[in-house]
Design a protein around this ligand. Structure first.
Ligand SMILES: N[C@@H](CCC(=O)N[C@@H](CS)C(=O)NCC(=O)O)C(=O)O
Length: 210
């Protein structure tokens, strides 16, 4: 097989697809892209044909399919180690914070789903969701090195994990600390992310209004 293919969900909605897509692009890896519209009659069969996990993203490679956003980011980092910080201690922190996002923040994820076509308006949120927002900002402040606009200076996979969060903070008009707001602005100004965003704005599949 020639180049790998990244199977993704709707760009408007699929946070998990956005993360490895950013990592592959930032690494300069040549890959094809195949979008599977979510919530359609044929979606589940299409997902099952790629992996028993029945989710996107999936990276199809010559050596087999890799499912799960974090695993695909790690695959990319094996080709392009600069996707993680060079310093071992910072690399461990970057992995820790990405893993925190991958496995946590369930209230934020369920109450503020990413929708890149959503009108920017605030929404009522539960105490649990506000707690997730506070904890997210505390984690960013805890790891941020101060060497550049991204969490660890240069862009890393950790920033890929928080780009979908930045979109939620923007579209749901979430009030943030000055430092967190600056970080969100940096993530949303990223030209690679803006390619994704432009395509997401053009999608025509129906999606729930939040
Ligand atoms: N832990 C997985 C989660 C993947 C996931 O839940 N993907 C959603 C789309 S964002 C999905 O494929 N859902 C199945 C469906 O909508 O049928 C990962 O990090 O890749």
């Amino acid at each position: 097989m020639s180049r790998p293919v990244l199977h993704i969900g709707n760009k408007r909605l699929s946070t998990w697809s956005l993360r490895p897509w950013l990592a592959l692009k930032k690494a300069g890896i040549d890959f094809g892209e195949h979008l599977i519209p979510l919530d359609q009659e044929e979606t589940r069969d299409q997902l099952l044909a790629l992996s028993p996990a029945a989710t996107v993203p999936v990276l199809e490679t010559a050596d087999g399919n890799v499912w799960d956003s974090l695993a695909i980011c790690e695959w990319a980092a094996e080709q392009a180690p600069s996707l993680w910080p060079e310093d071992a201690a910072l690399r461990a922190r970057a992995r820790a914070i990405a893993a925190s996002m991958h496995s946590g923040f369930s209230a934020l994820r369920s109450e503020l789903p990413m929708d890149l076509q959503r009108e920017h308006t605030a929404k009522d949120m539960s105490v649990a969701c506000w707690a997730d927002i506070e904890r997210m900002q505390a984690l960013w402040a805890h790891v941020k090195t101060g060497d550049g606009p991204f969490l660890f200076g240069e862009w890393s996979i950790a920033d890929a994990f928080f780009t979908p969060v930045a979109t939620r903070f923007e579209t749901y008009c979430v009030p943030l600390s000055t430092d967190a707001a600056a970080y969100v602005k940096t993530l949303l100004a990223d030209p690679v992310y803006n390619d994704w965003h432009a395509a997401a704005r053009l999608e025509t599949w129906d999606a729930p209004r939040h």
